[in-house]
Write a protein that binds this ligand. Structure first.
Ligand SMILES: Nc1nc2c(ncn2[C@@H]2O[C@H](COP(=O)(O)OP(=O)(O)OP(=O)(O)O)[C@@H](O)[C@H]2O)c(=O)[nH]1
Length: 455
C-alpha cells in the first residue's frame, strides 16, 4: 500500500465515526453553507497575484465555484467506500494546482478558512454538546485529510518537474556527448582487450585488471553519476561492474587454469561488458536527445519540456485573451511501415514527417515529438477556423508528399489529427487530453482526417 492509499484507508475508517443522526445534520449544514464558503475560498485565491491570473475569468469562476461547492459537500458527507473515487479526485486536484501553478500554501490557507467558518457556525447552533464536539472534530479532520492528499500529489508533481529540469540542465553540462561517449566506449574496450590478453596468457595478477580500477571504472564512479543523476541505467551498470570484479577476484590466479575455464570466464565477462555498453549507449542517447530540449531523431521539441512550455503559453492566453490550440497527430498504420520496410526506414518516415511539420508551421508555433509516431503542434494566436485550415493543409501535404524508401519506392503516408482549443481552463493538460480524445475519434472513424474536439 503506498502513502496515498494509506491516507485514503485512514479517511475511510475515520468517516464512519460520526453517528448517523449527526451526519444527517452535518449534511444539511454543508449543503446550506457550501455556496458561501466557496465564495470565501475564491476571494482568498484572488488575493494572490499569481493565482488570480488563472481564476479571475468569469467562466473559470463560475465553474470552479460549482466544483468547490460540491467539494465541500462531498468532503463533509461521503463515508466509507463512497470516498474511494472522491479521494482519488483529491490527488487529481493536487496535480492540477501544481500544473497551473497555484501555490499549495494558498490552497491550505483557503482550507483553513473554510474549516474555521464551519466550526464557528456549528458552535453557534443549539446542538447537544457532545454531538457538537464530535461534529467539529469530524469537519476539521475530514478537510485536513483531503488537503493532505492534495498536497501529497502537489509535492510529487513538483518533484518530477524539478527532476526534468535538473536532467535538462545536466544534459547541457556535457559539452560534447558524442565525443565523451566515444572516449568512454574506447576505454571500456581497452580494458576488455587488456583483460582478455592477461587471461589467455595466464597472468598471475588478475587483481590489477579490475574494471572498477580501469579508466572506464574511474570515470563511471566519479563522473557518470553526476552527469546522469538517478537514471536506472547507472545502478545497473554499477551492479554489472561489481559482478565482473567479483568473478575476477574469485579467479585471482590463472597460471594453472584449464583452457575451458578461461574460455567460460571470458565469455561470461564479455556478455556482461556488452550489457554495460548497451546501457551506457542508451544513457548517452538520452543525453543527446535532451540536448537543447530536442528529440535526437526528428530534431523536434522533446515531450519532457511540454509542461514548461504549455504552462507558460496558457498563462499568456489568460492574459491576452487570444486563441491557443493543441493538435495531436499520429501517423496511420506506422507499425506496418516498420514491419514492411524495417525500423531504420521507419525512422526515415518519422524524420520526413517532422520536416513537413517544421516547414508548415511558423517559428512561433511549437512542434513536439510526443511519443513514437505521435506528434503535437501548439498553435498560437490563430483563430479556431484558421487553425483548422492549417491542420487540414498539413494533412493534405502529408498525404501528397510520399516518402522515398531505401529501394526507391515512394511510400504514400497519411496521418490522423485531433484538435482542441483553449476554452478558459487554466490546466493545459485538459487541452492535451481533449486533443487526444479527438485524435482517437479520427483513428476510429477512418483515419487520414482532422477531428475537432467538441465540448
Ligand atoms: N522506426 C521507429 N518506430 C517506432 C519508433 N517509436 C515507436 N515506433 C513504432 O511505432 C509503432 C506504433 O504502432 P501502433 O501504435 O500500433 O500504431 P499504428 O500501426 O500507427 O496504427 P494506428 O495508429 O492505429 O494507425 C510500433 O510498432 C512502434 O514500435 C521509432 O522511434 N522509430
Amino acid at each position: 500500500m503506498n502513502y496515498s492509499e494509506k491516507i485514503v484507508q485512514e479517511w475511510m475508517e475515520f468517516s464512519c465515526v460520526l453517528p448517523e443522526p449527526a451526519l444527517v445534520t452535518l449534511t444539511a449544514i454543508a449543503e446550506d453553507k457550501a455556496g458561501v464558503l466557496a465564495d470565501e475560498f475564491y476571494s482568498i485565491m484572488l488575493t494572490d497575484p499569481h493565482a488570480s491570473v488563472y481564476i479571475s475569468s468569469d467562466v473559470v469562476q463560475s465553474r470552479l465555484r460549482n466544483s468547490m461547492k460540491k467539494w465541500i459537500i462531498n468532503t463533509l458527507t461521503l463515508k466509507g467506500e463512497a470516498l474511494l473515487g472522491f479521494a482519488a479526485h483529491q490527488y487529481e486536484i493536487g496535480n492540477i494546482h501544481s500544473r497551473v501553478g497555484i501555490p499549495a500554501s494558498l490552497v491550505l490557507k483557503g482550507m483553513r478558512i473554510i474549516t474555521q467558518e464551519m466550526l464557528t457556525y456549528i458552535q453557534s447552533l443549539a446542538l447537544e454538546p457532545q454531538t457538537s464536539v464530535l461534529m467539529q472534530k469530524y469537519v476539521s479532520v475530514s478537510i485536513q485529510i483531503a488537503s493532505e492528499l492534495m498536497t501529497y500529489a502537489y509535492e510529487n508533481y513538483q518533484l518530477n518537474e524539478a527532476k526534468n529540469e535538473e536532467s535538462y540542465r545536466i544534459s547541457n553540462l556535457i559539452d560534447n556527448p558524442e565525443l565523451e561517449k566515444g572516449k568512454q566506449q574506447a576505454a571500456l574496450f581497452n580494458w576488455e582487450n587488456g583483460l582478455m590478453y592477461a587471461l589467455v596468457s595466464r597472468t598471475s595478477n588478475i587483481q590489477s585488471y579490475l574494471l572498477n580500477d580501469s579508466e572506464f571504472g574511474l570515470w563511471f564512479r566519479h563522473k557518470c553519476g553526476q552527469h546522469f543523476g538517478n537514471q536506472p541505467e547507472i545502478a545497473k551498470i554499477g551492479m554489472l561492474i561489481e559482478e565482473i570484479d567479483g568473478m575476477l577476484q574469485k579467479t585471482a590466479n590463472t597460471e594453472g587454469s584449464a583452457l575451458e575455464y578461461i574460455q567460460s570466464l571470458l565469455s561470461d565477462i564479455r556478455a556482461k561488458t556488452m550489457i554495460i555498453n548497451n546501457l551506457f549507449t542508451s544513457l548517452f542517447e538520452d543525453a543527446t536527445r535532451l540536448e537543447n530540449g530536442k528529440d535526437a531523431l526528428t530534431k523536434l521539441l522533446n515531450r519532457r519540456f511540454m509542461s514548461t512550455i504549455l504552462k507558460h503559453e496558457v498563462k499568456l492566453v489568460m492574459e491576452n485573451g487570444r486563441n491557443l490550440s493543441v493538435v495531436m497527430l499520429d501517423i496511420d498504420h506506422f507499425k506496418k511501415i516498420n514491419d514492411t520496410w524495417g525500423h531504420s526506414a521507419g525512422d526515415d518516415v518519422l524524420r520526413h514527417l517532422a520536416t513537413i511539420l517544421t516547414d508548415n508551421t511558423r517559428a512561433s508555433d511549437y512542434v513536439f515529438r510526443y511519443g513514437g509516431e505521435e506528434f503535437m503542434i501548439v498553435y498560437l494566436e490563430y483563430s479556431k477556423q484558421q487553425t483548422l485550415n492549417f491542420v487540414e493543409s498539413i494533412r493534405e501535404k502529408i498525404f501528397s508528399t510520399p516518402c522515398e524508401m531505401p529501394d526507391g519506392y515512394k511510400l504514400q503516408l497519411s496521418a490522423s489529427f485531433g484538435v482542441s482549443h483553449y476554452r478558459g481552463h487554466p490546466d493545459y493538460q485538459k487541452l492535451v487530453d481533449e486533443a487526444d480524445k479527438a485524435l482517437y475519434e479520427a483513428k476510429n472513424t477512418g483515419r487520414n482526417k482532422v477531428v475537432e474536439f467538441k465540448a
